[in-house]
Design a protein around this ligand. Structure first.
Ligand SMILES: Cc1cc2nc3c(=O)[nH]c(=O)nc-3n(C[C@H](O)[C@H](O)[C@H](O)COP(=O)(O)OP(=O)(O)OC[C@H]3O[C@@H](n4cnc5c(N)ncnc54)[C@H](O)[C@@H]3O)c2cc1C
Length: 400
């Protein structure tokens, strides 16, 4: 369809300062921060609020992410979140606590991404933000000159948003990243995935346990007083439907067993998914008047709990960038954005890769590799210097 025929079908045209494609945590948080800075925006998303608000994903917030929420007036996390002052590394059947407060004077918070979304959505709605969910056929046009976003609504009507800037916060499967001409892309694939479950049972432990066993990685996490979140390393082609509840629990119990008699609380498996993962970075994160944020520009394997936190860190920088560009006329701010965002992204890429490599079993690894991995874990857990690197990266590096 050419532009002329599309233009003829457009039923509404909206003028705003910033059009945001993707209303996940990055897009909504950006729109909220822009509102506080007096910059108008419109958010479009091709999923419904219900679909986003009920899809279980991240669960750990760095202290910087919590500060960003709380300082901007979104503070339910302080009432309903759970502060975690450490994690356990478990290997050789023994748990070793990494005490974040003692090591770096910081902690992180267990607070599901669904709640972050619901809080931000409620806040933008209360502030009468222009949020358009459940749309389809998104197009982003003329990003070098006069950026516009077009889409079709649920009734089939076409709409146009004309803006000074477009932000692509449309996630790892979005279309905005493809509009950055001449971009460089960095990939790292992994030969394994995570089998993730939600289970109807009280938490087995109060803090997260990252376990390395001869059968592969396992992660014990929490969600609520009655629901546990657990993962174990699997083949990327694994079929979740082929696993009975009993088989899942047996696999998890075996990977976590040890001389201390550790046992998980078991209960009905409510949800099961296989989560393939990879590392990805695209640079630059800007093309003309289009800027990327969050998973649209980079993804990390979930081992270091960095994805959601990076998305929020990006938009903290981006909101300031946009304010400088649109309110103070400082276009140089747009040029600086990629460098400022990627400085944190690459540290997080390394951290996530390192946690992944240290804890997962590589099929065909030699006996030397296995012993070396255990040596690395012993070095991290048994030394204040080693533990401090983990604690600082996990809770979030200082600065923005
Ligand atoms: C199972 C799982 C577990 C995870 N665990 C963790 C964790 O423990 N800690 C952590 O920090 N991170 C974790 N992550 C990663 C985290 O969920 C993501 O990094 C985070 O969602 C990124 O936010 P975002 O707003 O950039 O992207 P998204 O949340 O993906 O939002 C992008 C939005 O854009 C919309 N969109 C896409 N295409 C279009 C289009 N063409 N038009 C309009 N809208 C569009 C989508 O509908 C979506 O709502 C996990 C991810 C998964 C899948």
């Amino acid at each position: 369809m050419n532009n002329t025929s599309l233009s003829e079908k457009i039923t509404t045209s909206t003028r705003t300062r910033v059009a945001v494609v993707g209303g996940g945590p990055a897009g909504l948080m950006l729109s909220h921060l822009l509102y506080l800075a007096g910059v108008e925006s419109v958010v479009v998303d091709n999923r419904t609020e219900h679909a986003i608000g009920t899809t279980h994903r991240a669960g750990i917030l760095e202290h910087n992410s919590v500060s960003l929420l709380v300082d901007s007036g979104v503070d339910r996390v302080l009432r309903d979140g759970h502060r975690h002052e450490g994690i356990a590394l478990r290997f050789g059947g023994v748990s070793h606590r990494i005490d974040f407060e003692d090591l770096v004077g910081a902690s992180c918070w267990l607070y599901p991404q669904t709640d972050v979304f619901l809080d931000l959505h409620a806040r933008r709605t209360a502030d009468q933000g222009d949020l358009r969910y459940g749309i389809r056929d998104t197009e982003v046009l003329d990003v070098l000159d006069r950026p516009r976003v077009r889409y079709t609504d649920q009734e089939g009507a076409c709409h146009e948003i004309v803006a000074d800037l477009v932000v692509g916060s449309d996630g790892s499967r979005g279309m905005c990243r493809d509009l950055v001409e001449g971009a460089t892309r960095y990939f790292q694939e992994y030969p394994f995935a995570w089998f993730g479950i939600m289970a109807q049972t009280a938490p087995s432990v109060p803090e997260l346990v990252y376990a390395r066993s001869g059968r592969g990685f396992a992660l014990v996490s929490q969600r609520t007083e009655t629901v546990q979140r657990l993962y174990f390393q699997c083949d990327p082609t694994e079929d979740p439907a082929a696993w009975s509840d009993d088989r899942i629990w047996e696999e998890l119990q075996t990977r976590l067993a040890g001389e201390d008699g550790f046992r998980l609380n078991e209960g009905p498996v409510l949800e099961r998914t296989v989560l393939p993962f990879r590392s990805f970075v695209q640079t630059p994160m800007r093309h003309g008047r289009l800027l990327l944020a969050g998973d649209a520009a980079h993804t990390v394997p979930p081992t270091g709990a960095k994805g959601l936190n990076l998305a929020l860190a990006d938009v903290r920088v981006l909101a300031e960038t946009i304010e400088r560009a649109l309110k103070a006329g400082d276009e140089h701010a747009l040029e600086e954005y990629t460098g400022r965002a990627l400085a944190r992204v690459w540290k997080a890429q390394h951290f996530s890769y390192w946690m992944t490599a240290m804890l997962h079993r590589i099929e065909g690894a030699s006996a030397f590799d296995e012993q070396r991995q255990l040596g690395e874990l012993a070095g991290v857990a048994g030394s204040r210097a080693g533990s401090t690197y983990l604690a600082e990266g996990y809770t979030g590096w200082p600065g923005h």
